[in-house]
Write a protein that binds this ligand. Structure first.
Ligand SMILES: NC(=O)c1ccc[n+]([C@@H]2O[C@H](COP(=O)([O-])OP(=O)(O)OC[C@H]3O[C@@H](n4cnc5c(N)ncnc54)[C@H](OP(=O)(O)O)[C@@H]3O)[C@@H](O)[C@H]2O)c1
Ligand SMILES: *[C@@H]1O[C@H](CO)[C@@H](O)[C@H](O)[C@H]1NC(C)=O
Ligand SMILES: *[C@@H]1O[C@H](CO)[C@@H](O)[C@H](O)[C@H]1NC(C)=O
Length: 222
């Protein structure tokens, strides 16, 4: 199994690499120094699986095409592609910001979060098809689940309006446990290891148990 992990994905490679050290992992970052450092850090954390770092900006079509060719040449196939890259833009616009600034910010976010997921997936399709049971995993969040956000009583349903008001910092820094925002609002965001666990379960599923879209919540270790 050859896994391609786009975005930081440090925890995904760590959890999967410790569990299945026989697989090679491809870790991508825009930044050569940051990406090599991440790969080095993983090796120091006793991840014995081969970790290959390749530079990739998911919004750069030439880089995508070059990476597809390179990965095909070196690894011959990709079994799992994890689309994990995402950016948050346009939240801190001052009231007097021009319309063009907001448009540019949203366009940039949608390019990374949405357009590039489709483009990277499309470009890697020939290499994915060389694997016996290829998978594409698109990472989102509880806030990306419309049912979850619009159903009264669901956790994110309460969190959402507060995000618009004053919890931007909590969202931006989410991940390391539940961040406390406002008076009674809590963000039930799992830690990186738990988030990675969801992804690694899909990676390792041979039975087709997790077909399609799904949303995971971790509560009291369950
Ligand atoms: N953190 C949470 O609590 C949480 C909760 C639910 C869901 N998620 C989801 O998990 C995913 C990762 O979140 P995270 O918290 O790990 O975010 P993060 O720390 O901001 O990492 C996202 C990574 O995306 C990469 N990236 C951004 N623009 C890119 C580009 N143009 N090309 C290639 N890579 C690019 C960056 O890598 P480089 O800078 O190395 O290029 C960055 O490390 C996101 O999809 C997010 O929605 C996170
Ligand atoms: C893009 O993804 C980030 C998480 O990486 C999220 O905070 C943001 O809301 C998303 N924006 C859009 C427009 O999808
Ligand atoms: C993941 O994104 C790709 C590209 O947009 C899409 O074709 C695919 O259906 C998505 N997968 C899921 C499970 O949503």
């Amino acid at each position: 199994m050859v896994l391609l992990v786009v975005g930081l994905g440090l925890a995904v490679v760590e959890v999967a690499g410790l569990r299945s050290p026989e697989n090679p992992y491809i870790l991508c970052s825009r930044d050569v120094a940051k990406g090599s450092e991440a790969a080095k850090k993983l090796r120091e954390q006793a991840v014995t699986a081969p970790i290959h770092f390749y530079q990739l900006d998911v919004t750069n079509d030439e880089e995508i095409t070059a990476l597809v060719d390179y990965v095909d040449k070196i690894h011959g196939r990709v079994d799992v592609s994890v689309n994990n890259a995402g950016i948050l833009r346009g939240m801190d616009m001052p009231p007097d910001a021009p319309a063009s600034a907001l448009r540019a910010a949203y366009t940039e976010a949608l390019n990374v979060n949405v357009t590039s997921v489709a483009v990277v997936t499309h470009a890697f399709m020939p290499v994915l098809r060389k694997a016996p049971n290829p998978k594409v995993i698109n990472v989102t969040s509880g806030l990306g689940c419309i049912t979850n956000v619009l159903t009264p009583g669901k956790r994110m349903a309460r969190a959402c309006p507060r995000v618009a008001e004053n919890d931007r910092a909590a969202v931006a820094s989410g991940g390391a446990g539940a961040a406390e925002g406002g008076s009674s609002v809590r963000f039930y965001i799992c830690n990186p290891g738990q988030g990675a666990e969801s992804i690694v379960r899909i990676v390792e599923d041979d039975e087709g148990m997790y077909e399609g879209g799904m949303y995971w919540e971790f509560e009291d270790g369950r």
